[in-house]
Write a protein that binds this ligand. Structure first.
Ligand code: GLU
Length: 485
């Protein structure tokens, strides 16, 4: 058992340093964003630093601009790294694994020299065949340690013959690796369940479980929040920490994010937008997204769901899977939009309106009034387009319920009276329109629903919407009179 990992870190003595270490193989996914966000919140809560570094060793899968896109999307969320490849600290640089190969090489040599790692000349075909044999025999597949005890001469001869090799860690027998996970509590693994794993591939590039240890140590990382898929990697990493005589960080493995059917979010699941950039493009607010994502794994005190970054503490991290609840996301966004000034919300909506409609005949005041009418109900910027469609179309398409409602025999008279009222208006203002509605109530003897609903359906085509007088005012006299028949 590793004594040192159980040692409590003293947060008062040690500066907290956390990291987010994506592979630049794609854009910022909500899973990655959540990991970054918890590391960031933890660092800020403890006055520490949040480091962004890159695991770019899977060269084939790296995408053009992957690093920049990750950083840009994090910045949009308000997560600005204290250190990154773009703002490095010399004592920790470089921040991209492919620029750190010399650093890994040095430790690999040390492990080889100390007999803690060894060269393995088995071919992929041999390994595959062995794997198959073990599966058929019903045993857990594990490297058969064929090269573990080659003599120095055998190794030298194979190398001289140019046989490619990987480097494997000599996994200690009969050891328990245990640690206190910040989220899951006490976790333990048996070394006998872990085969001698590859630390350096045949192309000389280190594997994730190996390089991450060297990075975490040399960058003085104190705490690590990461996805639960890395829980079973942790004992492998602890072995390397132990062999090199280093202290492992304190880990917290975050639960899965699941969809509304409680299934693990897969990148192919199209029911949910999975990339942060998509939310940005649809006009979600970054601080609302930040709030929502923090709820994917943490619950604030009491029933409260809207909180500030300062209110976060790592004491209420959830152990059960976090459901990506789209209704909650729109609710949180709506709460943040309501708090924004009208000016901000107009700025948020304008690009979507411009793209969808011809605004050339509309005044600034009209656009402001339009957005103001929907300010309280809006969940995200792009939603404005469907909400305001009725102001831009000539044809109203009533749904069945509205059509049915309009069959009431009192309605034609109510509409006629209202139309006459409006025709007489000199100034088509919200207040005057409101007065016309009142006058119609008296003259047509229509009350409540039988007053408002016909007027709303006839003018806007829908049964529920924002303030009626405001909507009629925005539609303009000409359009309203023509809709009233
Ligand atoms: N590149 C790894 C990932 O994105 C990082 C794992 C870690 O944080 O240790 O999952």
């Amino acid at each position: 058992m590793c004594g040192y990992v159980k040692e409590e870190r003293d947060l008062r003595m040690e500066k907290v340093r956390v990291r987010y270490a994506p592979s630049p193989t794609g854009h910022l996914h909500i899973g990655g964003a959540r990991t970054a966000l918890f590391n960031y919140l933890f660092a800020k809560h403890h006055g520490g630093d949040f480091i962004f570094r890159l695991e770019d060793t899977d060269i084939e899968r790296n995408i053009e601009g992957g690093e920049a896109s990750q950083l840009e999307n994090l910045a949009w969320l308000g997560i600005i790294p204290d250190e990154s490849p773009l703002n490095p600290k010399p004592e920790y640089a470089p921040y991209r694994q492919m620029e750190r190969l010399d650093i890994y090489r040095k430790y690999t040599q040390e492990l080889l020299d100390r007999g803690l790692a060894y060269k393995c000349f088995c071919t992929p075909e041999e390994l595959d065949a062995e794997h198959e044999r073990q599966v058929e025999a019903g045993v857990a597949p594990m490297y058969n340690r064929k090269c573990r005890d080659l003599t120095a001469e055998e190794v030298a001869a194979k190398e001289a013959a140019g046989i490619p090799y990987t480097i494997r860690l000599r996994v200690p027998a009969n050891k328990t690796y245990e640690f206190d996970d910040m989220i899951r509590g006490h976790v333990s693994f048996e070394s006998n369940d872990i085969g001698d794993w590859v630390i350096v591939k045949a192309n000389g590039i280190p594997t994730y479980n190996y390089a991450v240890v060297i990075d975490d140590h040399t960058m003085e990382i104190t705490h690590v929040f990461r996805g639960e898929e890395h829980l079973s990697n942790t004992p492998k990493q602890m072995m390397v920490f132990e062999m090199l005589g280093w202290k492992a960080p304190t880990y917290g493995h975050m639960t899965l994010i699941v969809n509304e059917q409680r299934k693990k979010l897969s990148k192919r699941d199209e029911s949910i937008m999975q990339f942060v950039s998509q939310y940005k493009e649809e006009g979600y607010l970054p601080d609302a997204m930040f709030n929502f994502m923090a709820l994917l794994g943490w619950s604030p005190e009491g029933e409260q769901e809207i909180f500030t970054k300062e209110e976060f503490s790592e004491t209420r991290l959830s152990k059960s899977p976090s459901m990506f609840d789209k209704d909650k996301l729109t609710w949180v966004n709506n709460r943040y939009i309501k708090e924004r000034s009208l000016e901000d919300v107009v700025a948020l909506c304008r690009p979507f309106l411009e793209e969808a409609y011809d605004l050339s005949s509309k005044s600034e005041q009209w656009i402001n009034d339009l957005v103001a009418t929907y300010h309280d109900q809006l969940s995200y910027g792009k939603e404005i387009v469907s909400l305001v469609d009725l102001f831009f179309t000539d044809e109203l398409n009533l749904d069945e319920e509205a059509k049915e409602f309009m069959k009431d025999e009192t309605i034609p008279n109510t509409l006629k009276v209202f139309k006459a009222q409006l025709e007489n208006l000199e100034e088509f203002t919200k207040e005057n329109i409101q007065a016309c509605i009142k006058a119609t109530q008296k003259e047509a003897k229509a009350k409540g629903k039988m007053l408002y609903m016909p007027l709303r359906i006839a003018t806007t085509g829908i049964m529920h919407g924002p303030d009626l007088a405001s909507s009629i005012c925005l539609l303009g006299k000409e359009k309203v009179l023509s809709r009233l028949g």
